[in-house]
Every structure is written in structure tokens, then in C-alpha cells.
Write a protein that binds this ligand. Structure first.
Ligand SMILES: Nc1nc2c(ncn2[C@@H]2O[C@H](COP(=O)(O)OP(=O)(O)OP(=O)(O)O)[C@@H](O)[C@H]2O)c(=O)[nH]1
Ligand SMILES: [Mg+2]
Length: 244
């Protein structure tokens, strides 16, 4: 397990030496932890579907612009859709405060040593009634391009937020999270003129991992591309509603 967070996702699918009994026990424990998480996530998914709530798990590296994008999205939705946010951070409730300043409910989860949210954390937030019926529950995962990929939260969609200053090589370097993505947003596209970032190369790399994935360039600060992102959300809400 990861020495920092005890996260099993790093090694659960990895190669263990069968002749090493201790390694075998660790792999079994890690698989059990992920299976337990998946069971809670399945229950979360049922609860969210029953409430007709679209849950969207935003995953990205630190500073990619998740909270800024959420604030811009909430502002653009302008009260037309019930929205709430679960904020995951290692420490502080700074991001939850930014969300609450828009008038939308936010529940901060501080994870301490853990580097990702898990399904049990989301289940507790659901117990507290955070999910808006017939609306959207955004989950801002802990800023990390590795560990969140392994943990199903019960969301309807995983959205990976990359950003222009991070570089166009991120899908190649962090394949698991891009392989899991239902949508990739390339944020800070207002900086494309100033930073060496090849959007075509980035998109091709992301599609090698998730062949059908849509890649949308957006800017949370200028508003560019936000309409396409809002349309994507509306389609996913309609799909969830139709399946109910
Ligand atoms: N130029 C530009 N800056 C942006 C954009 N979106 C966010 N930023 C800036 O990027 C920095 C980080 O933004 P946050 O929204 O806090 O990023 P985050 O992903 O929520 O960060 P963590 O929660 O710490 O992982 C801030 O200085 C934002 O103003 C954008 O579209 N363009
Ligand atoms: Mg944030």
C-alpha cells in the first residue's frame, strides 16, 4: 500500500510475486478494500438514481481549476438546476467556502492523510442529505491524478479536468485516470496562446486510452467553451432521467 495514504489503488492490479506470501496477503487485502468500496459505490449509485440526481466526479491535479470551473458552472446555471457540491481536500474548507459564496450548499470532506475520496465518504454526505433531487451533485475530488482513478464513488460520470499549463503529456503520464474518464475538460484554454500545449496531441493521447471520450477546451475564467460543457451536463441529466 501507499506509505502516505494506505491507498490500495497503486498496487491492487499490480504484479505480485506468487512465491512471496506476505506480498500475496497485501494484494488480497487491497482487493478486498476495493471490492468493499465498489459495494458502497453501487449503493450510492442506486440512491442517486432514485433521487434523479446526476453525480459528477471531477478529478484533476492540484490547481487545474476544478473549484473555479464549479463556481463558473454554478453561476452559468443561475439557479435553473438544483446543485450541490461535495468538496474533497486534504485540509481546509477553503473550496467549500468558495462554493457556498455562490449560494449553493457545499459539504467539505477533509481527508487528512488520504489522497482520494472513497465511496463511504460520499455515502455519509448522502446520509446528510447533500444530494439535490432532480439536480446535479458535483464532487470535487482531492487534487491528484493517480489515486482517485481507482475509487468508484457511485457517480454517473467521471470528468477529468486537465489544464493548459500542466502540459499536453498528462494522458501519457497518468493513463489510469484518463482511461476512466467519461469526459475530459482542458481548462485554462485562455492560456493556449502563451503556453506550448498541443491540443491535438493531447486529444490523441487521451483517445488512445478512452477511444470514445469527448475532449472539450474550456476556460473557467473567460467562459470560453462553458456552453458546450453545460450542454454535455444537460444531456447526461436527460439520460439519467430517461433511465429512471
Ligand atoms: N488563466 C486561467 N486561470 C485559471 C482558470 N481556472 C482556474 N484558474 C486559476 O488557477 C488557480 C487554481 O484554481 P482552482 O480553481 O483553485 O484549482 P483547483 O483545481 O480547484 O485546485 P485544488 O482544489 O487546490 O486542487 C487559481 O489561481 C485560478 O484563478 C482558467 O480558466 N484560466
Ligand atoms: Mg479546488
Amino acid at each position: 500500500m501507499c506509505g502516505t495514504c494506505g491507498c490500495p489503488s497503486h498496487q491492487a492490479g499490480g504484479a505480485g510475486r506468487a512465491e512471496d506470501p506476505e506480498r500475496g496477503r497485501v494484494i488480497t487485502l487491497e482487493r478486498d478494500l476495493l471490492a468493499a468500496n465498489d459495494a458502497v459505490a453501487a449503493r450510492n449509485r442506486e440512491r442517486l438514481a432514485a433521487a434523479d440526481t446526476l453525480a459528477v466526479n471531477l478529478m484533476a491535479g492540484p490547481g487545474a481549476g476544478k473549484t473555479t470551473l464549479l463556481v463558473a458552472t454554478i453561476t452559468a446555471l443561475a439557479g435553473g438546476v438544483p446543485v450541490a457540491v461535495v468538496e474533497g481536500d486534504q485540509a481546509t474548507d477553503l473550496d467549500a467556502a468558495r462554493i457556498r459564496a455562490t449560494g449553493v450548499p457545499a459539504r467539505q470532506i477533509t481527508t487528512g492523510k488520504a489522497c482520494h475520496l472513497d465511496a463511504a465518504m460520499i455515502a455519509r454526505a448522502l446520509d446528510d442529505g447533500i444530494a439535490p433531487a432532480h439536480g446535479v451533485l458535483f464532487v470535487e475530488n482531492v487534487g491528484n491524478l493517480v489515486c482517485p482513478a481507482g475509487f468508484d464513488l457511485g457517480e454517473a460520470a467521471k470528468v477529468v479536468v486537465a489544464s493548459v499549463p500542466e502540459g499536453d503529456d498528462k494522458p501519457l503520464k497518468y493513463p489510469d485516470i484518463f482511461a476512466a474518464a467519461d469526459l475530459v475538460l482542458v481548462n485554462k484554454c485562455d492560456l493556449l496562446a502563451h503556453v506550448a500545449f498541443d491540443l491535438e496531441r493531447f486529444t490523441a493521447a487521451a483517445r488512445r486510452l478512452a477511444p470514445a471520450v469527448a475532449v472539450l477546451a474550456v476556460s473557467a475564467t473567460s467562459g470560453a467553451g462553458l456552453g458546450v460543457w453545460l450542454d454535455w451536463l444537460a444531456r447526461r441529466r436527460a439520460r439519467l432521467h430517461a433511465a429512471a
